[in-house]
Design a protein around this ligand. Structure first.
Ligand SMILES: Cc1ncc(COP(=O)(O)O)c(C=O)c1O
Length: 452
């Protein structure tokens, strides 16, 4: 029998990733304002947001310049159907092309899920229009632990079993391979061997699926939401070689890593390896408005070029893709990332924070590893360092809640892999100062010591 609905349930909002039973009798506090890295609730309590919203508020909260730009653009032209041309969206596409430095075309949408969904459709249609038997190349390979979104295609590409419970079967043709996971690699393997082994697994998967059936391989340069997995240096260049060898398009999901998060403007710069298609969202407009982009290199775009009768064009429209206000705001947000050298700050303060955390937690029995790059880090929690068994859920949640109670909001890889949601996620706004970094360390260490 289903339990009666709690009459006192405070509102009608259906919250994501939330079991509403845990809210019985609770009136969740409303957040009312924010500035820099700090949120304030209705009672005036301040929280340091060490997860930048959902790793998206890269330039920090409360930037009035963005409100000014939005206000002006709303007055000038608040909406235009995306088949027509507005000024900000043309400038926005041009800006992305300049930053990326290669010839490309940009398709806009409003969320990371849509951007990835779009990339899969582009990849399939590209092959269909590229020559003999292209219609057979429909499979998308992605990696276990990675999150790529919540729509049917991007959820199918997601390699997290818990995000799919109740929603499968998904669309056909989505295959997964294991990502590099140095902390849990075979102890006899060097980092390089592990990178090579994981790349080889991708190659074997392509061969066993039949290379002529594989359209694309999608990966985040640094796997974020699934537990902050930093690949060995040789992995991504090897993946590039393998994709080239088998005619498979390489898609970089830079939804999290784009726009400064890893201490470089784009995540892939660390590995000096380019993809064929890129997806961006979160940091693109720093969470001020929902904006996403799918960028295809020119050789991909060219396959969509032809007479109207050829039906080669991309047959998709997103009502809010290339929205003039969102485009204007995103341009301003990117300008701030550049003008204030926020990628550099992410590298410097991020490395400082990671080092401080690693030092302060070096002897803590529940800490397996502190890892990351730039302003994104994960703290993998284990029952003991010997067995590396993932720390139980209840204790992980006590630590997360302990941090929030002490004024620091952070995340964990929630609802991802059964029994393996044991990584604390820290990814503050890129404007974080050293003092704020120290506050995060103090609060995390206190919460960790409280569960001993
Ligand atoms: C790497 C990655 N790709 C795609 C998405 C989906 O983005 P959205 O929630 O905007 O649909 C996310 C969201 O967290 C993500 O982390």
């Amino acid at each position: 029998m289903t339990e009666p609905k709690e009459a006192s349930l405070s509102d009608h909002l259906w919250r994501p990733l939330t079991q509403h039973q845990t809210l019985r009798g609770v009136v969740p506090k409303r957040m009312v304002s924010a500035k820099g890295c700090h949120l304030k609730d209705e009672e005036g309590r301040q929280y340091l947001d060490a997860i930048a919203g959902l790793w998206c508020v890269n330039i920090g909260y409360g930037r009035e310049e963005l409100a000014d730009v939005a206000r002006q653009q709303m007055k000038d032209l608040n909406f235009l159907a995306p088949m027509f041309t507005n000024g900000p969206v043309v400038d926005f596409a041009e800006k992305l092309q300049k930053l990326l430095g290669f010839d490309c075309h940009v398709y806009f949408s409003s969320s990371g899920s849509e951007a990835n969904e779009t990339a899969f459709k582009i990849a399939r249609q590209y092959h269909l229009q590229s020559g003999a038997h292209g219609e057979r190349r429909f499979k998308i390979i992605s990696r276990y632990r990675a999150y790529h979104g919540n729509t049917m295609g991007s959820m199918a590409a997601t390699g997290q079993a818990e995000r799919k419970i109740g929603y499968e079967p998904g669309p056909a043709g989505f295959i997964h391979v294991m990502p590099p996971y140095p902390y849990r690699a075979h102890p006899k393997l060097t980092l390089e061997d592990h990178g090579e082994e994981c790349a080889r697994l991708l190659e074997e998967t392509i061969i066993h699926e039949g290379a002529e059936t594989v359209a694309a391989f999608i990966m985040e340069p640094l796997l974020s939401g699934g537990g902050v997995l930093v690949p060995p240096d040789n992995y991504i260049p090897l993946v590039r070689e393998i994709c080239d060898r088998y005619g498979v398009l390489l898609i970089f999901d830079e939804v999290v890593s784009g726009f400064g998060r890893l201490g470089t403007m784009f995540g892939y710069e660390h590995w000096r390896t380019e993809a064929d298609i890129y997806t961006f969202a979160k940091g693109l407009a720093s969470g001020y408005l929902p904006v996403a982009a799918t960028v295809a290199k020119e050789f991909v775009f060219e396959k969509f070029y032809g007479s109207p009768e050829s039906q080669r064009h991309f047959r998709q429209v997103n009502t809010y893709g290339g929205h003039p206000v969102a485009s204007a705001v995103a341009l301003k947000a990117i300008q701030i990332v550049e003008d204030e050298a926020l990628a550099d700050n992410a590298a410097q303060v991020g490395n400082y924070l990671r080092q401080q955390l690693a030092d302060a937690l070096a002897e803590h029995p529940y800490v397996g590893e502190v890892r990351g790059k730039g302003m994104i880090m994960g703290v993998e929690l284990v029952e003991d360092r010997e067995s590396k068994a993932p720390l139980n859920d209840a204790t992980v949640m006590k630590i997360v809640n302990g941090c929030v109670q002490n004024g620091v909001m952070l995340g964990r890889n929630n609802n991802t892999i059964p029994g393996r949601c044991n990584v604390l996620l820290i990814a503050p706004p890129l404007v974080l100062t050293r003092e704020e970094a120290e506050q995060i360390v103090t609060v995390v260490v206190a919460a960790m010591n409280a569960v001993l």
